[in-house]
Design a protein around this ligand. Structure first.
Ligand code: NAD
Length: 249
């Protein structure tokens, strides 16, 4: 922990999940003294971490965790799993729940909110060739599915809250995350091998898909939070995006 971050108190929403747990461990490893977790269930026990159980859609549960942890920085990593295929739950947790997180953060004086979005917020179901950050975010007319649509809606809410009510916000868009503790991606690959389905090939085997190691996703979250904590104040979005994008060859 450096001087600036040592004054921070961290609350990891979804901190018992795959990514959230790695964020907690990384904060502890760099010497942060004030780390707390908010999740539906408690799956871990650390003597120096405060655990709050509750539903992020419930304002009272959120208030208890934010006040109890005196959080100044929130990492919001909670979401239903993509594979759960539950549109109603996606709207409830990703959209209504993220609204509740933003409102509670503003009400209780949180300064920084880092939201785990998804690369799926730009995905319409077709090939993505030579794309970059300028790709538009999906809406109800072209989203691939409800999970991606609700992640997109949540991301918009988080970014619109930047600079509102004393809160600075950022959203990150990981692609598929792999690493120790993953409960969804590699299980699918392992099942294909278990079922002996590896002798078939669909297409020419030239499709690409992005994967990111969980440690790198954690690093991006910590860097994003640290940048917001040490910056003088929120900048307008245009200013943050005002750099020359490299040419793609
Ligand atoms: P995960 O399911 O392992 O962890 C999510 C955690 O959130 C769980 O512990 C769950 O109990 C908690 N949670 C869910 N609903 C909640 C609620 N209503 N209130 C409180 N806690 C709740 O998922 P993960 O793979 O660690 O994903 C973390 C984030 O990263 C998610 O926002 C996901 O959309 C995003 N993401 C994941 C991947 C991936 O490949 N795993 C890729 C891109 C984006």
């Amino acid at each position: 922990a450096n001087q600036a971050t040592q004054r921070e108190s961290y609350l990891v929403i979804g901190g018992c999940g795959f990514l959230g747990r790695h964020i907690v461990e990384a904060l502890l490893n760099r010497g942060e003294q004030a780390v707390a977790v908010f999740d539906l269930v408690q799956r871990h026990h650390d003597k120096n971490v405060q655990f709050f159980t509750g539903d992020l859609c419930e304002a009272a549960d959120l208030a208890k965790a934010i006040k109890g942890s005196r959080a100044t920085t929130i990492f919001h990593t909670a979401s239903p799993m993509h594979g759960a295929n539950n549109p109603k739950l996606c709207w409830r947790v990703n959209v209504d729940g993220t609204k509740a997180v933003i409102a509670a953060a503003q009400e209780h004086g949180v300064k920084t909110l880092v939201y785990t979005s998804s690369a799926g917020v730009t995905y319409t179901g077709g090939n993505c060739i030579d794309v970059d950050e300028r790709l538009p975010v999906v809406d109800a007319t072209n989203a691939y599915d409800t999970y991606n649509l609700t992640k997109a809606e949540a991301e918009k809410l988080v970014l619109a809250a930047n600079g509102q009510g004393g809160l600075k916000t950022v959203a990150l868009r990981p692609s598929g995350i792999f690493g120790p503790g993953d409960r969804q991606n590699f299980e699918g690959l392992a099942n294909v091998i278990r079922r002996g389905q590896t002798k078939w090939q669909i297409g020419y085997n030239d499709n690409l898909w992005d994967w990111t190691y969980v440690g790198n996703v954690v690093k991006a979250h910590l860097l994003a939070a640290d940048k917001l904590v040490t910056e003088a104040g929120p900048k307008p979005r245009e200013e943050l995006c005002d750099y020359a994008l490299p040419t793609i060859s």
